[in-house]
Design a protein around this ligand. Structure first.
Ligand code: COA
Length: 262
């Protein structure tokens, strides 16, 4: 264990940190404490060179996260609700802009903020027993953790409007069909698949991954011409690295490269 708070467990497997939302009796619903624990973890990972990939999942068999803690919500003043939304929006932006890949291993119900965590992640592996959805309009509110922005960017405007306007939940197969899931698998295979994917990423150059993530994310928010300039600058950063020379040496010597993030 690399440390944990009660509501968020943190475990390292080689270069992969697994963060497990741990309020299974409440479907891993997100309260202020959970958001703060996630923020602390994400902030600590930015400059941690030993960790290459982050996996976020939920404790138990039933839920990834059922979204905002509606029991806590009922006790909050209007200002406190604003603070919650501000906190989750910034947290999910921090997850999205973390300089290493984040995989959501969606192990069950992911509603509202649960789906928004998955959307802020780079990749989503979804268990066959999962359901996902931005159900907020059914509570007479709207997605506030970036869902109105990230869902249409991922699956297209029309489908996103359909799902947000109705609050309909989708199962794993539909999530895969519409591009919400990268991959689906049986529940018992979920963590294995997520770790396998993380392991494949760990074989690559850390600086390359950081720059590729930045180029894709920054470039997709602009026109092609500007995006190509972003890609060019991101490429230039990889050229003077020791890792680039190591990649060429390993190819010449027919061995696996050993990258150091330098
Ligand atoms: N906030 C707080 N508690 C929640 C919760 C949430 N978002 N979602 C589930 N729980 C709690 C339930 O209240 C219940 O606790 P209780 O036994 O003390 O009443 C426990 O988790 C189990 O949930 P339950 O509803 O009994 O399980 P289920 O399998 O029948 O249904 C859900 C699971 C997630 C489909 C259902 O609880 C639900 O719709 N939750 C609300 C999800 C939502 O609207 N999220 C968006 C918020 S913006």
């Amino acid at each position: 264990m690399s440390g944990s708070q009660d509501n968020l467990l943190a475990e390292d497997r080689d270069q992969v940190r697994i963060l497990t939302m741990n309020r299974s009796e409440m479907m891993n619903a997100l309260n202020f404490d959970m958001l703060r624990a996630l923020k602390t973890q994400i902030e600590s990972l930015r400059f941690n060179k030993d960790i290459r990939v982050v996996i976020i999942t939920g404790a138990g068999q039933k839920a990834f996260s059922a979204g905002a803690d509606l029991k806590e919500r009922a006790t909050l003043t209007d200002i406190q609700v604003r603070e919650f939304i501000y906190t989750i929006r910034n947290l999910l932006t921090d997850i999205e802009s973390l300089n290493k890949p984040v995989i959501s291993a969606v192990n069950g119900v992911a509603l509202g903020g649960g789906t928004e965590i998955a959307l802020a992640s780079d990749l989503r592996i979804v268990s066959m027993n999962a359901t996902m959805g931005l159900t907020e309009t059914r509570l007479a509110i709207i997605p506030g953790g970036g869902g109105t922005q990230r869902l249409p960017r991922l699956i297209g405007r029309g489908k996103a409007k359909e799902l947000i306007f109705t609050g309909r939940r989708v199962g794993a197969e539909e999530a895969l069909d519409i591009g919400l899931a990268n991959k689906i698998c049986e529940p018992e295979e979920l963590m294995g698949e997520a770790i396998k994917l993380a392991g494949a990423i760990c074989e690559t150059g850390p600086i390359a991954i950081e720059q590729a993530k930045y180029a894709i994310d920054a470039g997709m928010e602009t026109d092609l011409h500007t995006g190509l300039a972003i890609e060019s600058n991101a490429y230039w950063i990889t050229i003077p690295t020791e890792d680039r020379l190591e990649g060429l040496a390993a190819f010449r010597e027919k061995r696996k490269p050993v990258y150091k993030g330098k």
